[in-house]
Design a protein around this ligand. Structure first.
Ligand SMILES: Nc1nc2c(ncn2[C@@H]2O[C@H](COP(=O)(O)OP(=O)(O)OP(=O)(O)O)[C@@H](O)[C@H]2O)c(=O)[nH]1
Length: 845
């Protein structure tokens, strides 16, 4: 494990631990400064740990409740555009991508100064960018997600299958792991125990040296060289202030609160215990009360709980054990005591060359220096050996190699500046080493973690910003559409209602006009409309029966044609209406909303047979007035047997005849009724008609005269009988002749009047006449079609309105979230930077 050591001559506490080397010229030893610096750094780290944990917890909460945090990854660096005039300039341009969407890339500028930040790159940014010799930092170190599975699956292929939230969950797990790790780091930082192992050649004066450090003769000196017990010296404060010895058997885990793991002994018995041959397999814990002030005391220094371990002198037997002991992680510093008289023995060399592999810096005490005459020579020889055995220790020999007289240090009231210097150096070395062994890894971890947090925050702020831009762009597009729809809603509704209403009214009035006109014409014995129907030719007197039937049929068919005409008009009106609905759709529906693709088929109107079970009472009457319809589906008047029935009255309308000759010119509705009573003369006329024409057979004149005479026989008065016969005969013959001549024009009129009458007849109170019922039916059909078209448009409009409303809401929510996330991530970046500044991280990384 490589280490770095910075000499301990400092004047400024703030950078004391970090920059010792720059003050090496200052030989003023200020242990207090080192201690202060250590405490400061420790406190700063604890604060940084707490603040980082709080940031991590906030990220977790934010990730869970408000924003699915995206996991950024750098793609390979974009080739640096290095202008020839500024060689070595590194732009730090990278391409940022996201684990859940590896295909999209954002060019970013990565700056690594105190803070590792990412910002979206702009051309202008590049121009202003400051020169940096540092490589842009790579992506995550602590929060890195191992998204690769198997040797052949690429990150891209795997992550493209992972959803955003799955990656966010993975990240959350990683954050939790990091929070737990930080907890352990906190314990590590707050753990103040530190061990200093004192070892060296046999009889080099290790115990004397330890005693000198303690300023007490605690460790037995001048013991037989076979004493091999490890003596660990602690502050008695750790043992409730009691000075005593705890004897621990090797291999037994020691627990001060569990007496079964050790045996108590008195400090006075120490010499005896150490001298005991059985102590080889013992391990001793010594609790000593050090009454000196923290600035003087090594054990009770107020910073770390230093414990000294007096190891047995090195020989073949102990070498291995001591080397193992020295390798223990809890040993912060190894102090090697060598006798100035003997220099390094073989065992010492072996130990030192091994230990220097583990610990780059060793603290070397050249003891019994008072015994040396040629001190310079000795110093040179020893340093040469140190240079060979531990080069880095040699480089810092001023601080790490001390030539002292430990025995003299124990003499009261005797100045021993070289030992004082050693002591201060050792304390600083312990603290610096401790800082580097315990605090430095923590600050490195925190530094990396904060870097990851900043990358995460920076990248997510970029995402949030781009989502905000996207949301605002969408809103700028969608909002006006929504506003337009909202404001146009009423107009559309009014337009649609008017369209329906007007369509129905126009269809109704048109139908009424056509049908009334047709009916009027039929009433006059003319065809209702000029259509395909034509009047039959008059076949002559003997075919008048068939003629009357054909005329009736033709007139009825012309009425049917009039109905069809009205329907065609209604189709036209409806078509126009439907087109207008389409125009309204174009006007009011936003682009992208599907239009009604169904084609309106005007022919399909009026084509269904009315079912008696459907509709109102009036519609149930509809079969009686149903027109032929476009496909002849309805029962047209001309197809109805009851309408086609030709009666005798179709040939002669008695009332009408009399109206022509004797009437007052007034034609009451009642007169048109077939059921009206017939007068005697009428009957006579009918009788004559019947005599002459019933059965379609012409009766001879002789028969006619005979008939008249038989009629005159009915009169009782002889005189009357005499002249009545000729008068009656003349009248009858005249009338008959007249009737026969008039028949070709009178039959159509008669039939027409009767047809009109039957068509407009109201059998029941609530029944509508022909014209009205058709007009009602046609306008209803028109309204129905228009309403269907309107409903469709309304449905689409309302659907689109809701959709646009939801879209606007969603985008507003997105914008709100993105704004908050941008701010939040920016704040996280700032908090992280603050933690770094406060903890002085990133400067000694
Ligand atoms: N003159 C002089 N004598 C010393 C010094 N340090 C130790 N001694 C003497 O050296 C002898 C050995 O000292 P110890 O402290 O027992 O040596 P040690 O290294 O602990 O011995 P082991 O544990 O048996 O290896 C004692 O007689 C000490 O008085 C010193 O700095 N100067």
């Amino acid at each position: 494990m490589s280490q770095a050591y910075y000499p301990a001559r400092v004047t400024s506490p703030t950078k004391a631990l970090a920059n010792f080397s720059s003050f090496s010229a200052d030989r003023q030893l200020k242990v207090e400064d080192v201690q202060e610096a250590y405490i400061e750094q420790k406190d700063r780290l604890v604060n940084a740990i707490d603040a980082t944990q709080s940031v991590l917890n906030d990220i977790r909460t934010f990730n869970k409740n408000e924003w699915i945090i995206r996991y950024p990854q750098y793609k390979e660096a974009i080739e640096t555009i290095a202008p020839s005039d500024s060689p070595g300039r590194k732009s730090g341009c990278r391409s940022l991508t996201f684990a859940d969407d590896p295909s999209s890339e954002t060019p970013v500028v990565v700056r690594k100064k105190l803070q590792r930040s990412v910002t979206i790159s702009h051309i202008s940014d590049k121009a202003e960018e400051e020169e940096s010799d540092e490589n842009p930092s790579s992506d995550f170190s602590v929060l890195r997600l191992d998204l690769k599975i198997g040797p052949h699956s690429s990150v891209v292929s795997l992550v493209s299958q992972l959803e955003k939230s799955s990656i966010a969950n993975l990240l959350d797990d990683r954050i939790v792991a990091s929070i737990n790790h930080i907890d352990r780091l906190r314990l590590r930082v707050e753990d103040t125990s530190s061990k200093v192992l004192v070892t060296g050649d046999l009889n080099a004066g290790k115990s004397t040296f330890v005693n000198a450090l303690l300023r007490r003769e605690v460790m037995p000196v001048d013991q037989q060289p076979c004493t091999t017990a490890f003596c660990e010296v602690h502050d008695a404060a750790e043992n409730n202030g009691t000075e005593e010895v705890h004897l621990i058997s090797l291999g037994t885990p020691y627990d001060i609160s569990d007496e079964s793991t050790y045996t108590r002994a008195s400090l006075a018995d120490l010499e005896e215990i150490v001298g005991d041959n059985d102590s080889n397999d013992r391990f001793l814990k010594l609790y000593l009360a050090d009454t000196r002030t923290p600035s003087e005391s090594l054990l009770n220094n107020g910073v770390v709980d230093i414990s000294l371990v007096d190891a047995p002198g090195l020989n073949r037997d102990s070498l291995k054990t001591t080397a193992l002991f020295a390798r223990q992680e809890e040993i912060d510093v190894v102090v090697f005591v060598v006798s100035a008289e003997n220099h390094f023995t073989l065992s010492a060399r072996e130990f030192l060359s091994n230990a220097s592999k583990e610990k780059a810096y060793l603290f070397i005490v050249v003891n019994k220096f008072d015994q040396i005459k040629n001190k310079e020579k000795c110093r040179r020889l020893v340093l040469d050996q140190v240079k060979e055995l531990s080069p880095r220790t040699y480089e810092n020999a001023d601080d790490l190699v001390h030539f002292v007289d430990s025995a003299a240090a124990l003499q009261p009231y005797t100045a021993n500046p070289s030992f004082d210097d050693l002591e201060s150096s050792l304390r600083s070395f312990v603290l610096v080493k401790r800082s580097r062994s315990k605090l430095h890894p923590v600050s490195t971890y925190l530094n990396n973690l904060l870097g990851d947090i900043e990358l995460l925050a920076g990248a997510n702020a970029i995402v949030a910003e781009s989502e905000l831009v996207q949301a605002n762009e969408s809103l700028a597009e969608v909002k006006p559409i929504l506003e337009k729809m909202k404001s146009g809603r009423e107009t559309l509704e009014e337009n649609l209602e008017t369209l329906e209403e007007e369509g129905a009214i126009v269809a109704s009035s048109k139908s009424k006009a056509i049908l009334s006109a047709a009916l009027e014409r039929v009433g006059q014995g003319k065809l209702g409309v000029d259509a395909s129907v034509s009047m039959p030719a008059y076949p002559g007197l003997f075919g008048i029966w068939d003629y009357a039937r054909d005329v009736r049929k033709a007139l009825l068919a012309s009425l049917d044609a009039a109905v069809s005409l009205s329907e065609n008009e209604a189709r036209l009106i409806t078509s126009n209406g439907v087109s207008k609905v389409k125009e309204l759709a174009e006007e009011h529906l936003p682009a992208g909303v599907e239009r009604n693709k169904r084609m309106f088929m005007p022919e399909a109107m009026f084509s269904t047979v009315r079912k008696a079970s459907k509709g109102s009472t009036k519609s149930r009457r509809i079969p009686s007035i149903s027109p032929g319809g476009a496909y002849g589906l309805g029962i047209g008047l001309s197809q109805r047997a009851d309408m086609l029935e030709t009666t005798f009255l179709d040939l002669f309308d008695v009332h009408h005849q009399f109206w022509l000759h004797f009437g007052d010119g007034q034609l009451s509705r009642k007169d048109d009724d077939d059921t009206s009573a017939t007068t005697a003369l009428g009957l006579a006329s009918v009788g004559v008609g019947a005599l002459t024409m019933v059965g379609g057979q012409a009766v001879g004149a002789k028969g006619l005269i005979e008939g008249i005479i038989r009629v005159t026989d009915l009169f009782g008065n002889e005189t009357v009988r005499k002249w009545a016969a000729p008068v009656l005969g003349a009248v009858t013959i005249g009338m008959t002749a007249y009737l026969i001549l008039e028949l070709p024009s009178s039959i159509p009129k008669t039939v027409g009047r009767r047809v009109k009458a039957s068509v407009i007849r109201q059998d029941k109170e609530d029944e509508l006449p022909f014209t009205d019922s058709h007009a009602l039916r046609i306008s209803r059909e028109t309204r129905k079609v228009l309403r269907l078209a309107s409903w469709d448009l309304r449905g689409r409009f309302n659907g689109a309105l809701e959709e646009q409303g939801n879209e606007v809401k969603a985008k507003e929510e997105m914008a709100r979230k993105a704004t908050r996330a941008t701010q939040w991530f920016t704040d996280i970046g700032k908090r992280s930077e603050e933690i770094r500044v406060n903890a002085d991280l990133g400067t000694d990384a």
